[in-house]
Write a protein that binds this ligand. Sequence first.
Ligand code: ADP
Ligand code: ZN
Ligand code: ZN
Length: 741
Amino acid sequence: MASVSSESSPQIVRVALPVPLRRLFDYTLPEGTTPRPGCRIKVPFGRRTMTGLVVSLENRSDISPDKLKTAIECLDTEPLIETGLMKFLSWIADYYLHPPGEVLFAALPVKLRQGHPAILPVETAWQITDAGREKLLLGPGRAKVQHAVLSTIAEADVPVTPAVLKAQFPGWRAAANALLRDAMIIEQELQPAKAVTIANGPDPTRDQQNAIDSINASKGRYCCFLLHGITGSGKTEVYLRSIETVLLDDRQALVLVPEISLTPQLVDRFRTRFSCPIEVMHSAMTDTQRMHAWERSRRGLASIIIGTRSAVFTPMQKPGIIIVDEEHDTSFKQQDGLRYHARDLAIKRASDAGIPVVLGSATPSLESYANAASGRYKLLSLTERATRASMPAVHILDMHKLPVDNGISMPLRDALRENFQRGNQSLLFLNRRGFAPAVCCTECTWLAHCIRCDAKLTWHRNQARLRCHHCGHEARWPEQCPDCGAMSLVTVGQGTEHIEEAIRKLVPDARIERIDRDTTRRKGELEDRLDRIHCGEADILVGTQMLSKGHDFPNVTLVGVIDTDQLLFSSDFRASERLFQLVTQVAGRAGRAEKPGTVLIQSRYPDSPWLRPCIDHDFEAFARMALGERMATDYPPYQHLALLRAEAPHQNAALEFLNTMHRAAMHVLDTHDTISDVAIMDPLPSVMEKRAGRYRAQLLTQSPSRSKLHMFLHYWVEAIETSRLSRNVRWSLDVDPVDLF
Ligand code: ADP
Ligand code: ZN
Ligand code: ZN
């Protein structure tokens, strides 16, 4: 009889731990345990015990046997993260050159990271017994609640859940317990509803039908669709129809949305259409709720998962489609820790799973648009508004020539008054909260600055505070100029508070609703304000980008964009893209219903070529221009970027570190002939060099070849990590940065 050699059975477990090191850790296995990859395992680490995740089982380790520690216990009997998801997460660690343990743990809900068991609350329901029916005939007697509960259970066609009773009878719990004890009712585990019912939607337009057909034709196979539809063209309807197909196949749909547009209205649209279990992953969930949602999705009990960027890690038993709404939105990019882009990961995940992925937007990112143009993605276009409403007319107001009062030009003022008299709503957009973005002295050159950042302080008049929007530092309004002592401090420019006040004077009877971070801080405040707007209790809406997307305001017929010049003259290579997106999205709020809309854009540079496509609603013209510029200036999508950022409490430490890393980068290029076409820029102080008391600098690397850049980065990150200097600074590597600040 052949005996199994003891050497061939795995003795070593390779574990990922949530520590900032780009490596895995080997342990020997305790007697009798053979955990599977994807299970959690308790291990000793330093003087602590930690929860780790099993990555693989090995026969041997590079660590000598006497140095290996033994794992303590395995926490799961079945893998929490199945093989496919595990591979996806390892790919992410590799792509973003991020510590693998941190990546794997980023994908787990907090409760599971802490080692709690992956369990779901057992949902019970009750049914009446024969004894119960007999008892019911005897009438209520003294136990009135018991009788009421019993008859409710008797009358129901399906087992009755605690939630149903709770809604009707105070004291239901004691009554149900008594009935259960006397065997009047029996308890059973609630079975998840199997059949999905689907409510009717509107008949798709021809464009919509084409899009739906294309997506459906890709069922069970990877294809990336770019759904480019003008605002109001019914992209959501296309998502709903494609999800319908997936649900009928008993598969799951994952829908990623930007932070601001995860609204109750959006979720309602899904719930009204589909009767199936829908999980909404939002930031206000408790850790337990999040773990339950995650677990239901993993076990295939949730049919639709809607969430913001981190939902891209949600495990799914039977994935069927992934949808990324407003794919251009920057909130899909995580800006610290693991700096992933949820849209890019959604595409990778769909490709791994062999399912379609739909990227939707009225203003696609240039990266996605270029991919559609080259044929890597399939372009689906919706060119008309579904409701047949016309697109708003866009006009530019020349702020050099027109009389202006408190930031509002006369034509805008007149239009606001007229629109108000007609009983329509208007929306004023300004991406700057507070009263004024600067405070200065008219006698000298003093400007109110943050003591911890290279930034001006914003005057918030309602709270009577000067505030730094970068670090939260606050100061009082100085009585006199700190430099020259003059009593001549004034505010410069306008924020939303100021515009609100100006409108009160210009259109005195109008009811104004201001929506920005300051007026929506308290829970429920945003909803209250939106409700007032929808009920027609507001005439003029003033707000920041919180107003620019995700919300429909059917009665808004006039949109004023107070200031676009910030974006026309920004050093950010994506500024023109942002400008087009912003104007299109804000303009898209106007004239959604039968009433046509007007958009007035104030600018001191009315002839800027970037405003033309905004006026014409011409994405293609914009994209041609912007792609031409990107090509000429060596930016994405023609070049792939990776940015090494560093910050330190002392002015020179960050730059000194980057100078050394620049040499290390050159060394990598010199010693590896296979890595060509990679450019290393000089280290530079960041645009805002000092932030929150730390000095910041950055080093850009780029290449037209993604694979060459990655080859280089793998060698470079090793050099960075092992450098002694890296301990004096806080550093991070940002692959595909969305901004270079
Ligand atoms: P988008 O997401 O592209 O901005 P929506 O999906 O929100 O557009 O659709 C805009 C409006 O048009 C919504 O009120 C929606 O109910 C309506 N709508 C969408 N598709 C149709 C259709 N085929 N027929 C009639 N109305 C539609
Ligand atoms: Zn002064
Ligand atoms: Zn500051």
